[in-house]
Design a protein around this ligand. Structure first.
Ligand code: PMP
Length: 413
């Protein structure tokens, strides 16, 4: 491990790879090149070990038991909540732990929006949203009579901010906006947009799934109303993540799920709910997973998010330059501020065929619609290939990708 006093230039990135056991495996007889971190990130042994140790040494349910294991489990779980909150510069008692972004956005949709919206209201979403920040809103629109409006993008895949501004009319009650596009890599100016929305009384729901793992994120500085993120893309276990919401919202919102843990007293006549964030955390959570996410946050913090961002920007610049030299290869998304996600197509090759041939070379890229149908419709394609990078990738791996695509082109052409 390194520490945050290092810079991206002095960190030994290749040695850090040794922390990720899966990165040393072979696929089809070739060393694995994992370029699908936007889908899910690989896990360092620090996360794997702490999760394993929880089950071996401490396993108990949280918040209920006075016995030693129960208290240890509760303490470790709540310590992880504090760590995650500090990492994102928010208060721990404003952080609802969820199974990920999808559950977090659904919580906002059902608990915040459903009771508030009425016919004539509008929900504004951008063209580049993941289905997780579209479908819950459609379900709510259907039940409330609200309508969905779409903020469009430019040819480079950036939000058309001027148009977005004109779309923030009095009917708009909610704006759903991704901080970083999982397809285009576009980084949206969320703080500026949230400021504007707040002036107009529009509640903002930021999808931070692709931002938190790759750049320093200060949710308080963004100034949104809600911020959702997912643990498995930030080196943590699957089934973890969270929702930050302003305290005033958390107090006003009714619970979404009812059950154990989220109550203070239950009588058949009336139940008194627990305080936020526990009010929204019914049932037994992914205890080991959240503790693992705490370890992931420690790991990321030790490297330093600014260093991770710098490393990934260097990889992105190299990959973009090399890929652009491949004849017939088209890259989707050329935003000025872009994260290390490259969606592409090669003339004459279907995305799935290309991904399948790359897999035979040990190279894992995602092919498909990336849970962003409206964006695919915008570009008039059914699918793209996507190479998404993380700090543990290397320049050699990008060379392997470029060589793999060149080889696949000759086989498919
Ligand atoms: N939003 C974005 C931008 C994503 O990339 C993803 C994961 N592909 C999600 C939401 C959904 O995250 P999860 O499935 O972990 O809830």
């Amino acid at each position: 491990m390194t520490n945050a006093t290092n810079t991206a230039d002095t960190i030994d990135w290749k040695t850090l790879r040794d922390d990720f056991p899966v990165l040393s495996r072979q696929v089809h007889g070739k060393p694995l090149v994992y370029l699908d971190s936007a889908n899910t990130a690989q896990k360092p042994r620090q996360v794997i070990d702490i999760t394993d140790a929880f089950y071996r040494e401490h396993n108990a349910n949280i918040s209920r038991s006075v016995h030693t294991l129960g208290m240890e489990a509760t303490e470790a779980y709540e310590a992880a909540r504090k760590k995650i909150a500090a990492f994102l510069n928010i208060r721990a008692d404003e952080l609802v732990l969820t199974s990920g972004t999808t559950q977090a956005i659904n919580l906002v949709a059902y608990s915040f929006a459903l009771p508030r919206l009425k016919p004539g209201d509008a929900i504004l979403l951008t063209r580049m949203e993941h289905h997780a920040n579209i479908v819950p809103w459609q379900l709510i629109a259907e039940r409330t009579g609200a309508t969905i409006r779409v903020a469009e993008i430019t040819a480079d895949g950036e939000l058309d901010i001027a148009a977005l501004r004109t779309q923030m009319t009095p009917e708009v009650k909610i704006l759903g906006l991704t901080q970083v596009s999982n397809v285009l890599g576009t980084v949206n100016p969320v703080a500026e947009i949230c400021r504007e929305a707040r002036r107009r009384g529009i509640a903002t729901v930021i999808d931070g799934s692709q931002a938190v793992p790759h750049r320093p994120v200060d949710i308080t500085a963004i100034g949104c109303d809600f911020y959702a993120f997912t643990g498995h893309k930030m080196l943590g276990p699957t089934g973890t993540g969270g929702l930050w919401a302003r305290r005033e919202h958390l107090e006003a919102m009714p619970p979404f799920f009812g059950g154990g843990e989220m109550i203070r007293e239950v009588r058949f006549e009336k139940t008194v709910f627990n305080d936020p964030p526990h009010k929204f955390e019914a049932g037994t959570p992914n205890i080991a997973g959240v503790i693992g996410l705490g370890a992931a946050v420690d790991y990321l913090s030790a490297i330093g998010m600014a260093n991770i961002e710098a490393r990934e920007q260097a990889l992105l610049a190299y990959a973009t330059e090399k890929l652009a030299q491949i004849p017939g290869l088209r890259i989707f998304g050329a935003a000025k501020e872009k994260a290390a996600v490259i969606s592409f197509l090669v003339d004459g090759a279907h995305a799935h065929d290309l991904a399948t041939l790359l897999d035979l070379d040990g190279i894992a890229v995602r092919s498909g619609h990336h849970c962003a149908h409206p964006l695919m419709q915008h570009f008039g394609v059914a699918a793209t290939c996507r190479a998404s990078l993380a700090f543990y990738n290397t320049f050699d791996e990008i060379d392997r990708l470029v060589a793999g695509i060149a080889k696949a082109r000759t086989l498919l052409g």
